[in-house]
Design a protein around this ligand. Sequence first.
Ligand code: AFP
Length: 320
Amino acid sequence: MTQIKTLAEFIVERQHEFTYATGELTQLLTSFRLAAKIVNREVTKAGLAEDILGAQGTENVQGEAQQKLDVYANNVFIRMLRSQGEVCAVASEENDDIVHFDNGGKYVITMDPLDGSSNIDVNVSIGTIFSIYRRISTGPKATKEDFMQPGTAQVAAGYIVYGSSTMLVYTTGHGVNGFTLDPGIGTFCLSHPDMKTPAEGKIYSINEGNWLEFSDGVRKYVDDCKSKKLSARYIGSLVADFHRNLIKGGIYLYPGTQKAPKGKLRLLYEANPLAFIVEQAGGKATDGAQRILEIKPTELHQRTPLYIGSSAMVDKAMAG
Ligand code: AFP
């Protein structure tokens, strides 16, 4: 029988790679590991559980309708992070402002607790995305400055995809590893060690419904994908599209459009964590002009165009 390695064992085994106190990383990742299982339980019974599907009747800061599961997942991740004590503040897609824990923790988190909300009620893959930063301010409370660090300052990042199986994928800057949840024993087990993305792929992912709004360069690139008979695959959940392309090779594009020059996606809790992961897997992430990880954020909910995936494809897309 092949030996099974659990996420908990793996974190402990690899914690020496972490620059700061090793136990801190274990605590941080434990929060995500546990919260992911709880959210997974609710996501997988969404059609059965009463009062968990549908709209919450509120909007987030982007003016998007919040789903009940969005709010539920946000509460679970925040509760877990608060209880571990390493994190002093969180910036979440679902909260207008920074959520403070007032506990002197040395880390701040950015997260999209449930990405792809429009897919929740229709049984299509959704995900959680997170980044971990070391706090840089020294006062009693974390400040906006702690969250305005470029993506290069991330100490860890990861995502959870709730799909045909549930996976947690993370990096601390020493490669990317993926863990699949065994629902029978309720444990994440190492299933995708040292993930690498192919330099070239056969998949392009973009919402072509926005065609009329695209720049000439983006249209030219999409036409080029078609002329090479690449496959178009677009789920509408960034995590799921990203995860598939990471494994198979491909590119995901959410460019700026005439109406929204900065696109739709958020820098702090969508683009940056996935950019860190894709680079660690040998791929690339840009906003069409510059490396995502080098953008200096100015706003918590800042948007950015995103070109992410196999390196040769991202280079070609940027060349227009
Ligand atoms: P929702 O969480 O509002 O469904 O948005 C999901 C998302 O941020 C990302 O996960 C998708 O890839 C992208 O938006 C889809 O956007 P379009 O519907 O405009 O293609």
